[in-house]
Design a protein. Structure first.
Length: 225
């Protein structure tokens, strides 16, 4: 992997990486900022996609088309969907899917995939990074949709239908676009809330802490490539 693309939805999710990398040049395409530079001797293209699947899909395609990247790492925060996954713990994607698209549509229409499988090499790098930083981690499915989940009823539906580790709003579209372009990807999330009625309060408390924790794992991954 010569050039690594890193995507975060919000500024708090990319600030730590931006501070650590040697910044060479900044670009803007379709309103998205792209920062090129070097981190641990590795060429990096860092970008902020904004919230939601349409934004993240658009940004990911531009990242692939314009910058000739070899892989995509999506860093950020998420809501836990399982009792054994707590706030400030890490989730490493085994696969990703859209929870607001019918399974039949995913299977029967292009690109004919119910889920998008993360890169085994990147998963192993993420696990190694979590171990070396003493971060508690979980590997599992991540689901994404165009809503902030703060409802136990919806949480129960997602668990029943997909058995995911966590939920957020960008990862599945990053994986989707990476898949159709044959680019290895991984989604890295740090838990900011429990996707329940207290989610908004917990999120406000932990969003910056969780954003920095996720970014620190990505930085450690880059150091080990």
């Amino acid at each position: 992997m010569k050039r690594v693309g890193i995507i975060g939805a919000m500024q708090i999710e990319i600030d730590l990486v931006l501070d650590k990398m040697e910044l060479l040049k900044e670009y803007k395409f379709a309103g998205f900022p792209f920062y090129t530079g070097v981190l641990y001797g590795r060429e990096i293209v860092l970008t902020r996609c904004g919230v939601g699947k349409v934004n993240s899909a658009s940004c990911t395609q531009i990242l692939i088309d314009r910058f000739n990247i070899d892989c995509v790492i999506n860093t950020g925060i998420a809501g836990s969907l399982k009792n054994d996954i707590s706030v400030c713990e890490m989730v490493i994607s085994s696969d990703v899917t859209h929870h607001d698209v019918r399974k039949a549509q995913m299977k029967n229409l292009f690109p004919f995939e119910e889920t998008f499988i993360a890169s085994e090499e990147l998963i192993n790098l993420a696990i190694k990074a979590c171990i070396s930083t003493a971060s508690k981690y979980h590997c599992g499915r991540i689901v994404s949709g165009e809503c902030f989940v703060e409802d136990n009823k919806l949480k129960g539906v997602l668990l029943n239908d997909y058995s995911p580790a966590c939920v957020e709003m960008e990862g599945s579209s990053v994986g989707h676009v990476a898949f159709i372009n044959n680019i290895p990807f991984i989604i890295i999330r740090c838990i900011s809330d429990n996707a329940d009625e207290e989610a908004a309060i917990t999120y406000d408390t932990f969003e910056k802490i969780a954003g920095n924790q996720s970014a620190s794992i990505v930085i450690e991954m880059i150091s080990n490539i």
